[in-house]
Design a protein around this ligand. Sequence first.
Ligand SMILES: O=C(O)CCC(=O)C(=O)O
Length: 442
Amino acid sequence: MPHLRTEATKCNQASMLVPSFIISNPNSQYIYAECLVKGTGEEDEEMTRRAVSFVRIYKSARGRHRRRHNNTANTSYASRSSSISIIIMPTAAQPRRYHHHAHAHFLEFHSVRAVPDSHAWPDLHDRPTSPDNAVPVVDLSSHDGLLDQLRRACASWGAFQVTGHGVPLGLLRSAEAAARRLFTLPLSQKLRAARREDGSVGGYGAARISCFFPKLMWSEGFTIAGSPLDNARELWPGDPAAFCDVIEEYKKQMQRLAHRLTRLMLTSLGLAEGDIDWAGLIEEMSAVVQLNSYPACPDPDRAMGLAAHTDSTLLTVLYQSNTSGLQVLHPMNQDRPSRWVTVPPIPDALIVNVGDLFQILSNGRYRSAVHRVIVNRTSHRVSVAYMCGPEKDADVSPIEKLIEPGGRPLYRTVTWPEYLSLKGKLFDKALEHIMLQEHSTG
Ligand SMILES: O=C(O)CCC(=O)C(=O)O
């Protein structure tokens, strides 16, 4: 930071006409710089010279940054007669990927007595935790102020817990039991249903985001896309139905709830049916069920259950059973830095995460929640996530009515599969990558 700040100051001193700033943190892979040159048409030549000098200074700073972070960047430039505006924005460079040994991915967690180096995270305490701040709880059975509560929760947290949702507690418990039954099978049996390398979504495996981190996570997952029957036959050849029946009923109930939540969240943005293809968006939604397992860990301060990420969904509905571990990042505000807030288990409550696609749809009014999972020494935690998005060919773009007068759409149009593919390459820079840049100001 000090290094690049110096460059920015130099640039400002070099030209009174060039208000400019560079925001950078040498520990981060990205730098963002912006230089706006305003004036009359006659000053074009002088302004261009100064702007070019800014770009040169920026590029040399960027070069050093790139050498350090293996980064790439692009520079966009636009000129009009009355003003020149330059926005220099690093492209969302592909983050570094890590190739973990296949055998390290598949640990017999229950028999491990110490956290192996492959799973030892150097710094879990990257941000403070906050005991005095709580993810909102919204009672869906109460109509008093429901839309206001949802609006506040989605805009400031990107996550909330719901009670009064109508999904029977017995079904939640059965889904938890089905997940436990699956994850306590011997590893060799779970591997019969391992996720294949051919890009298919379903099956058993380590967290898909593992390739973006140098260390592996203290968790395993099982993804169900479509019918659970094929996988269940691989796991329990004699009795696949017990698992399938629970999952099918869970999907049915979750779909109903996800439709209701989507409708409420759109309404809370001030939208009415007719402002978008409401029915199309909701009725055609598709989803996967993600079972997660976080075994008890001999050294929880050195292991990460699931590293920080946002969901590439419209929304995710999560049952976290009765063991805590989920933390949501509450963004910084004027007086406090960003901090991790643990979501306490409430019997029969479900957690709702706003996903990246909802952030796009709402033109950034609702934000997707950055969240992670920490582990503990004594309890095996399981969770069941219903991750839903639009039908695969549907275009997702900022809803016109949500663009402020004189404003602009912040994101370009994507389909869900296209966004998933970007996320698979760019991880936490995928949203930034599809942001539309303003090239010129008048
Ligand atoms: O297990 C949890 O609480 C969170 C799971 C999660 O974030 C995910 O499946 O993406």
